[in-house]
Design a protein around this ligand. Structure first.
Ligand code: FEO
Ligand code: CA
Ligand code: CA
Length: 523
């Protein structure tokens, strides 16, 4: 295929997956010459990177970050923030959930004590750590920095604007922190995804509590499930936090912010559950996400539909007030005609085109095992627009070499990086045969190899790669390795020992990638 034709093809975002990659010329020319090749699918218990890259392990679960705190379990979203006066960097890291076998040698159904649960509370939420680039290009955590702290499921967190949720203005803790976002004013958004695994969920029919079939914390604490499933904003300099009810309560994967000229913000957020929905908030006030109008996507109509109680009779008939809608946003979304989606995961905005990319990881009950990445084009490229067009940018499959896309990040040159999350027990099975372990990919944006999908790094056994984010001062890429060895039957039969020696129990951790491949790509 001629270069121009191929670029046109890419820009239209048509089904790139149908193009055999060997049609893309590998001739090297110009600044965007890439002369490295990606990895083939891998199945071993290693974190591997392609030629042209190296990595170092920054931190792993259990590592001390100060005299009183350690790094939590199952790291996900990462975001770098500059310290005041440009004197260094702080990294925020989400801790999504924990493995009770690895934490205290117990299986999920085993009896627990309050001491066990107190230990569990600490392992989720987030970590703040000061990080430093060493002379050899590796990164390390600054031990005992005044910025190092933990926010966890035992930390008291108020609802923004003194909102009362089930009679309380504060929640106990944050949990299920999957992906997130950054605001232009230097705060972090951390998203509470599978919250029902911790304190269960409310039965909407009779108001009873549906017990969690996972961690069962509701047996130990009287915390209503309505206190979880929110987007939480964190000040990384002070550790102060607030839960926003403005974006609704659901299995939020992420919260991706676009600021308008008048400093109000658009926030895109997806509900990562089968047949759930894609939302966007248009904030009421500048640099403040606590109030606004929440919309949900109807793809067939190409419309963002308001979830304001005053805009729909059916919402007035079903909910007592706007907060009731926010708390039960899934039900409200369905009443106004939201489109069911294949588990919307991460969302990123292309820095060159302004288009919005959404990872739709899979929807197994509907026979969608491989997932895709969807592109949303807001009308007039205006993020405040209430109409849009959409198309599939990439579909998972053997032609593209990936399945189940999850986390996304664009680099400064518009190359799209993404990770995959084939569940540990399904890797190399059935529809995933031949795809190998989960991996990090990049879609080349320009040059002779534009459109090529390169497998940049591969995860150890059972792990997914999460939390991809770029350093503020360089081309270095932070990547989380999450839940290696998650399908281990017991501590004597571990499927992974990453990043330790064979036989050691595995730990989630963060690696930092850099090298000439990255420098070529970002030249
Ligand atoms: Fe925690 Fe949707 O991934
Ligand atoms: Ca995810
Ligand atoms: Ca996932």
């Amino acid at each position: 295929m001629k270069r121009r034709t191929f670029l046109d093809f890419m820009l239209k975002g048509t089904a790139v997956s149908l193009i055999p990659l060997n049609l893309v010329s590998c001739t090297n020319e110009g600044a965007s010459t890439i002369n490295y090749e990606g990895l083939s699918p891998q199945t071993d218990d290693l974190f591997k990177v392609m030629d042209g890259l190296k990595f170092n392990l920054l931190i792993k679960q259990g590592d001390k970050i100060s005299g009183s705190d350690h790094f939590g379990f199952h790291n996900d979203f990462t975001a770098m923030i500059a310290k005041p006066n440009d004197s260094g960097y702080i990294l925020w890291v989400n801790h999504e959930y924990f493995n009770p076998l690895f934490l205290h040698g117990k299986d999920l159904g085993d009896a627990k004590t309050i001491k066990d649960v107190e230990k569990e509370l600490y392992e989720v939420g987030g970590s703040l750590v000061e990080v430093n680039r060493n002379e050899d290009g590796s990164w390390s955590v600054v031990q005992d920095s005044i910025y190092n702290r933990r926010i966890h499921a035992g930390t008291t967190i108020p609802f923004s604007n003194q909102t009362e949720v089930l009679g309380r203005k504060e929640a106990m803790g944050t949990l299920a922190n999957c992906a997130g976002g950054k605001t232009p004013w230097g705060t972090i958004l951390t998203c509470e995804e599978n919250y029902d695994s911790f304190y269960g969920e409310r039965n909407l029919e009779d108001g009873s509590l549906i017990a969690s079939d996972y961690y069962g914390w509701e047996k130990f604490y009287d915390n209503p499930p309505e206190h979880y499933g929110w987007v939480v904003e964190i000040d990384p300099l002070t550790g102060s936090a607030k839960k926003h009810t403005s974006m609704g309560r659901c299995a939020h994967e992420c919260a991706t912010v676009k600021q308008l000229e008048d400093k109000r913000c658009i926030v895109y957020t997806g509900d990562d559950s089968n047949d759930e929905h894609l939302y966007k908030l248009i904030s009421k006030n500048p640099e403040d996400l606590s109030e606004g109008t929440l919309y949900v996507a109807n793809l067939e109509l190409g419309k963002w539909i308001s979830l304001d109680i005053n805009d729909h009779q059916i919402l007035k008939e079903n909910f007592k007030d706007q907060l009731d809608i926010q708390i039960h946003v899934r039900k409200a979304a369905k009443l106004v005609g939201a489109t069911p989606l294949a588990r919307p995961e991460d969302i990123e905005i292309d820095p060159l085109s302004g288009h919005v990319y959404v990872a739709l990881t899979n929807n197994k009950p509907k026979g969608n095992y491989l997932g895709s990445i969807m592109k949303i084009m807001e009308s007039n490229n205006d993020h405040e627009s209430l109409t849009f067009e959409y198309e599939t940018f990439l579909a998972g499959g053997v032609e593209t070499g990936f399945a189940c896309p999850d986390n996304l990040v664009f680099d400064a040159n518009g190359n799209l990086w993404f990770t995959t999350d084939i569940s540990g027990s399904s890797i190399s099975q059935g529809p995933y045969e031949g795809l190998g372990n989960n991996a990090l990919f990049v879609v080349l944006r320009s040059g002779e190899r534009a459109g090529e999908i390169i497998r940049v790094a591969t995860a150890p056994k059972d792990a997914e790669l999460t939390g991809v984010s770029f350093a503020l001062d360089s081309n270095d890429l932070f990547v989380c390795v999450q839940h290696p060895g998650e399908s281990s039957a017991d501590l004597d039969n571990l499927t992974s020992s990453w990043p330790g020696e064979p036989g050691e129990r595995p730990r989630s951790g963060i690696v930092v990638l850099n090298g000439p491949f990255m420098d070529q790509l970002l030249a």
